[in-house]
Design a protein around this ligand. Structure first.
Ligand code: PLP
Length: 378
């Protein structure tokens, strides 16, 4: 912290937080502590309860989101731990457009009679707040995956809180650099740190961040009891990835904005969903509540599923595969995934990485032209 105590910018916090004590001879990066057993007198004795490499990453992520972070073995490890804190019969309101497995887990809990789930369109503020009356929990994503819908987070969080529902925001797409829901009154933020935070498609890790000490204790108790603990090397790699998140995201977001504009003008594209486009339905909300529009977008290819498959198969710089948030650009036709058949058949989700914008454009433009030939030969 500099001499005056004005808060640091998130981009600086991402580089400086979680360094450990500034003692003579101390390592600047935290060591990877592989020990499973610790001598008495410290925070804990056993490696399922505590690990110093986790703590360094938790300090950094907690500082960024403005709460206390608990790291898990994966995003789903964090998500299931949060949902495990619900009492039997709890009423959950969840976004209709949601990460596939979050939705599947809610469905499984509902089928087992553990919870009652209502799905809502997060862009409809009145409907979301109305559904929160008598609910225990509201589960949000914004922007959503893969429709990039933007929820009015300040209004919805305030309405849910007034109705007595706890609010969880999956902040994976925005990252804490662009959006900090705890500052808006959300109770828990979860991330798949597998995506932007670690950022190199080589680490599975999740995190849940909360302010209420009882809630933090409940999450840590679940981690210890249910056992979804991250490996120390994964925690080290996620912290290493976090250090460059500001520059990765800045580059990827600028490229995404440029590609979104060009795709929107492309004759082979029906619609582009990207909150950074001035004509996007979520643009004004995103501009008001986010510090940038991020690097995720989706677009519908003229010609539907067949043409969109042809685009995915024709790219050579971008990679046709699942997942997102890595340095490499990836894309996939989401409706091809089991459980995602309700999505527009020609919707391609694009996670923009750090390659040169002109190489990506040549790749996408060429693949879209190729899809026209496929459609013509059909
Ligand atoms: C990938 C993802 C998850 C699940 O995280 P894992 O690390 O794969 O377990 C949850 N939410 C969103 C938005 C995701 O993209």
């Amino acid at each position: 912290m500099p001499a005056d105590d004005r808060p640091l910018h998130p981009a600086t916090v991402a580089v400086t937080a979680g360094r450990g004590p500034a003692e003579p001879g101390a390592p600047l990066t935290p060591p990877v502590v592989l020990a499973t057993t610790f001598r008495p007198g410290g925070p804990a004795l056993y490696g399922r309860e505590h690990n110093p490499t986790w703590s360094a990453l938790e300090d950094a992520l907690g500082a960024l989101e403005g709460g206390t972070a608990t790291v898990f073995a994966s995003g789903m490890g964090a998500i299931t731990a949060v949902l495990d804190t619900l009492p039997p019969g709890a009423r959950v309101v969840a976004a209709s457009d949601l990460y596939t497995l979050t939705g599947a887990h809610l469905d499984a809990l509902a089928a087992a009679g553990r919870v009652v789930v209502t799905r809502v369109d997060v862009t409809d503020t009145g409907a979301v707040v109305g559904a929160c009356h008598g609910a225990d929990l509201l589960w949000l994503e914004s922007p959503t995956n893969p429709l990039l819908q933007v929820c009015d987070l300040p209004a919805v969080i305030a309405g849910a809180a007034a109705a007595g529902a706890r609010v969880v925001v999956d902040n994976t797409f925005a990252t804490p650099l662009l959006q900090r829901p705890l500052e808006l009154g959300a109770d828990v933020v979860v991330h798949s740190a597998t995506k932007y935070i670690a950022g190199h498609s080589d680490v599975l890790l999740g995190v849940a961040v909360a302010r209420d000490p009882d809630l933090v204790a409940a999450l840590r108790e679940r981690r210890t009891r249910l056992g979804a603990v991250p490996g120390p090397l994964e925690a080290f790699l996620a912290l290493r990835g976090l250090r460059t998140l500001p520059v990765r995201l800045e580059r990827a977001s600028a490229t995404a904005a440029e590609l979104a504009q060009r795709l929107a003008a492309h004759p082979r594209v029906e619609v582009v969903r990207y909150p950074g486009l001035p004509g996007d339905p979520g643009h004004a909300r995103a501009a008001a509540q986010m510090d940038g529009f991020g690097a995720m977008l989706s677009f519908d290819v003229v010609g539907g599923a067949r043409a969109a498959d042809a685009v995915c198969e024709a790219v050579r710089v971008a990679v046709h595969t699942t997942s997102l948030g890595g340095v490499e650009t990836t894309l996939e036709r989401r409706a091809a995934n089991p459980g995602q058949e309700h999505l527009p058949p020609g919707l391609v989700r694009l996670s923009v990485g750090c390659e040169h914008v002109e190489d990506l454009w040549r790749d996408l433009d060429g693949a879209l032209r190729r899809s026209a030939e496929v459609a013509a030969s059909a």
